[in-house]
Design a protein around this ligand. Sequence first.
Ligand code: ADP
Ligand code: MG
Length: 261
Amino acid sequence: MSENSKYQQLRAHLAFLRMTAAAQALPEELDHAIKAGLSHQDFLERLLGIEVSSVDERRRASLSRFACLPSPFTLGDFDFSAQPSVDKKLIDELGTLRFIEDATNVLLIGPPGVGKTMLAVGLGHAAVAAGMRTYYTTAADLAARCRRAAMEGRWATTMRFFANPRLLIIDEVGYLPMPAEAAAALFQVVSQRYLKGSIALTTNLGIASWGKVFNDDPMVAAAMLDRLLHRSVVLNIDGDSYRMRSHRARAEATRRGVAGS
Ligand code: ADP
Ligand code: MG
């Protein structure tokens, strides 16, 4: 076989194996290998390395699209000095994602604006970066989606969808009261992930008032809490709203400006 047809054969092998990045890099890498006098092992390592990083990048981009995280903020963006009730050490520990290994849940409880969503989404970004399938939803969206699924005969598929991610973020539980069927859907999602996959859940309701979310059905509330809390980290965030804080700072600056003029 001539050098040229060997080269063509090699390109064809790479195309057959769908190793597009390696195929694309081949001529340059061959050139480099000859000029730099690389060993077979070094050449092959470089070529496969190119393919691996390209596949890895694509996988991560696809995980990131799938996750639907609503903001780009990571745990590193969280200003701990602004929220002393959040223990940085605990957040750092959660950031290692060890909690996902044993399906521990994270409950973020506190009034609006204290950074619950930001922290949950930050955990989501960390999980995506670690190559873990992650999905963000609000409790209202989850309920609406389950309701549609029930009507369209896709209940089982939808339950599998919510069971599948390594980390499921359920934001804003308790902001809106849940009709019985929505509560039942949330209950089933929580139940089937129990001890299998982590949930990061944010809520404005203290655990004692969970009955309220579930249509004053204390049985569902208790059963759900039981599963959520069995293996969990609970963060009670009771500081000031960060939004209000910057709003207050702006208002204060404006006042001072007005007073000074
Ligand atoms: P919650 O979900 O508790 O209502 P959010 O996470 O949505 O609050 O936070 C409200 C806004 O304030 C967001 O824009 C968020 O990024 C910002 N924020 C809240 N707490 C912090 C913090 N400690 N450091 C930096 N930004 C924060
Ligand atoms: Mg929020």
